[in-house]
Design a protein around this ligand. Structure first.
Ligand code: SF4
Length: 597
């Protein structure tokens, strides 16, 4: 097989066995790879009824056919499992170098089954694969685990691991790789923790076979040129990282502030990408074969490391009312060390701040620490406590929805399907709100980034307050994203590249004959498999919704003043576009058309 090694590594942690299997080439063609193939296997092998933290759940760590190839940003991997935070299908992906190294070792997909009796890690050095005891790693933060494993296996070895948050089954736990890169969302780190799996260290010496190397060189060159010449991927992201968005989103009045109570943060400039570059940035932190280079590396006092991203700056900054960027960088640092999703961690603290503001949480629960909006020390303190599940941090580790429930106010959780929302208030961006409501893994921004047309005007400017065309655009973005993820490329390339470009890259690597249309169909197939999994897990149309505040409380101020999200008007059109019935269930005609069994 081209683009893939054709090999699955299946690890049974209960039995302590490892075996290799052949990747079904028909399945790989139909579902592209990574996200698509692993999700199909999760549905077939595990099923939606499984308890996410039981040994019966499985974790699939997948690469795409372009992972480890010379394609621009071809370094991504994905973690697929049932989410302990949401109960939905979970797929979190990450950049860095670990995914490419797994391909170099000769594997496309790792499957972890069962539960180890005591802490273990997996070492992969080409064909030499071993399950090893991890007693010396258990309890360690992610940088220490990485240091210890690289001391043993050398600097060339790439390390993926969980921190204390994953070990302690926090529903906000991430899987970390290459120190600062995270497969962050949906609590996938807790599923590794539930299996007593601390890390996977990998070292490979092979090359990924490419069907048409000359053609690939030509297409890759043209794609890189487009990426470099585009304003977003050639200028904005390289200069200021994703935090370039802080001022833009704030000026549009959709920068959620104080747990989405407002949409304009008056101190946005203090936490902007420009301020970050001026005061704290020391270098870039770039992923495998990336011509964009959005990753930051910052130093403040005795703390240094990768990040923070736009979403992180917002979650610990505006959403908690904090204007001290140094403290935000420190909170980001502790998320990386603990192995926590920065979006869910920051926004869960913001929800706790609102519960405190409303008198639900009392000061005597907090052991002397603060919990008021704007308290910069509090975000650092509670991030650490959440990671260690210490004191009130134990409640925070359950995520904003369950925290709200504990205090009788689940509506303070700004989440969809219990996944905390990212940094865009949908009251002033109607298409983005439809994305939040319909995304299979819950409220996230990377399954259909309509900010691109609605705010940035890419590939064309859409009126963000209008409902017209939003259902159609949502479907196209969601399907294309599923295809890009499954290939193993970074989503940021899509500012500059279109479906034709991706089809050409995939064809040159794998020898397939995709067109833009067939690529979108494969994405649609993946989307529908995810939807079926969720329906089988008990989700219904009622779960395709937004927090009450966003539907009923008009935006109090700024350019989006007076707006609410008009989901009820958009949802039926979206279902129709998808070929689903009025309850959001894929029709048998649609499943037949997509050849889904
Ligand atoms: S754009 Fe950023 S996240 Fe994407 S591959 Fe490049 S450095 Fe990594």
């Amino acid at each position: 097989m081209y683009g893939s090694n054709g090999k699955i590594l299946r690890v049974n942690l209960t039995e302590r066995t490892v075996q290799t299997e052949t990747l079904d080439s028909e399945l790989a063609t139909k579902y592209i790879g990574g996200r698509g193939v692993a999700e199909k296997l999760l549905r077939d092998e595990v099923g939606a009824g499984v308890d996410a933290l039981s040994p019966d759940n499985k974790v699939f760590i997948a690469t795409g056919p372009l992972t480890g190839t010379p394609t621009p940003t071809g370094g991504r991997y994905m973690v697929i499992t049932k989410s302990p935070l949401t109960g939905t299908i979970a797929c979190s992906n990450s950049g860095g170098f670990w995914g490419a190294e797994l391909k170099f070792a000769g594997y496309d997909l790792l499957v972890f089954e069962g539960k180890a009796e005591k802490p273990v890690y997996l070492s992969i050095e080409d064909d030499n694969v071993e399950i090893k005891d991890a007693d010396h790693l258990w309890g360690k933060v992610t940088s220490e685990t990485t240091d210890l494993l690289q001391k043993e296996y050398g600097d060339k070895a790439k390390v993926l691991n969980i921190g204390p948050a994953g070990e302690k089954l926090s529903k906000l736990a991430a899987v970390m790789n290459d120190r600062y890169r995270a497969a962050g969302r949906s609590g996938v780190g807790a599923v590794l923790g539930s299996k007593n799996l601390k890390a996977v260290v990998v070292k490979g010496s092979k090359k990924v076979a490419v069907a048409n190397p000359e053609k690939l060189k030509e297409i890759t060159g043209a794609a890189i040129k487009k990426i470099r010449e585009h304003g977003v991927t050639g200028q904005g992201l390289p200069a200021y990282g994703t935090a370039v968005l802080v001022n833009i989103i704030n000026e549009n009045g959709v920068f959620p502030t104080n747990n989405f109570q407002e949409g304009v943060f008056k101190d946005a400039e203090a936490i902007s990408g420009e301020t970050l570059a001026e005061k704290y940035l020391t270098k870039k932190d770039v992923c495998y074969r990336c011509p964009i280079g959005c990753g930051r590396y910052c130093v403040v006092d005795d703390v240094e490391g990768g990040g923070p991203e736009y979403e992180t700056i917002w979650a610990f900054g505006a959403d908690c009312g904090v204007k001290d960027l140094g403290s935000v960088i420190k909170a980001n640092y502790w998320c990386n060390e603990m192995g926590l999703d920065t979006i869910s961690a920051g926004t869960t603290i913001a929800a706790a701040m609102e519960l405190y503001q409303r008198g639900k949480i009392k000061a005597d629960e907090l052991n002397g620490a603060g919990l008021e909006f704007g308290d910069a020390d509090a975000v650092i303190h509670w991030t650490k406590a959440m990671g260690m599940r210490e004191g009130f941090g134990d409640k925070l580790a359950e995520g904003s929805y369950r925290l709200g429930e504990m205090y009788g106010m689940p509506e303070v959780s700004m989440s969809v399907k219990k996944l905390e929302l990212p940094a865009y208030d949908p009251r002033g961006i109607q298409g983005m709100g439809l994305q939040y409501a319909t995304t299979n893994r819950g409220g996230c921004h990377v399954r259909g980034y309509l900010i691109s047309p609605e705010i940035l005007g890419v590939p064309e400017k859409l009126d963000r307050f209008s409902l017209e065309g939003k259902a159609t655009w949502s479907k196209i973005f969601q399907d294309l994203t599923a295809a890009i993820d499954s290939m193993g490329l970074c989503l940021f390339t899509s500012f500059a590249l279109g479906a034709e470009d991706y089809a050409e890259l995939l064809n040159a690597v794998t020898g397939s004959e995709h067109t833009a249309e067939s690529l979108l169909t494969a994405g649609e197939r993946i989307w529908n498999v995810e939807r079926l999994f969720n329906l089988e897990a008990g989700f219904t149309k009622a779960d395709d919704t937004l927090p009450k505040r966003l539907l009923e409380e008009p935006m109090p101020d700024g350019p989006a003043k007076g707006k609410v999200h008009q989901l009820a008007e958009l949802l039926p059109e979206y279902y129709e576009q998808r070929g689903w019935d009025a309850n959001g269930v894929p029709t048998s005609a649609k499943l037949q058309e997509l050849d889904i069994s």
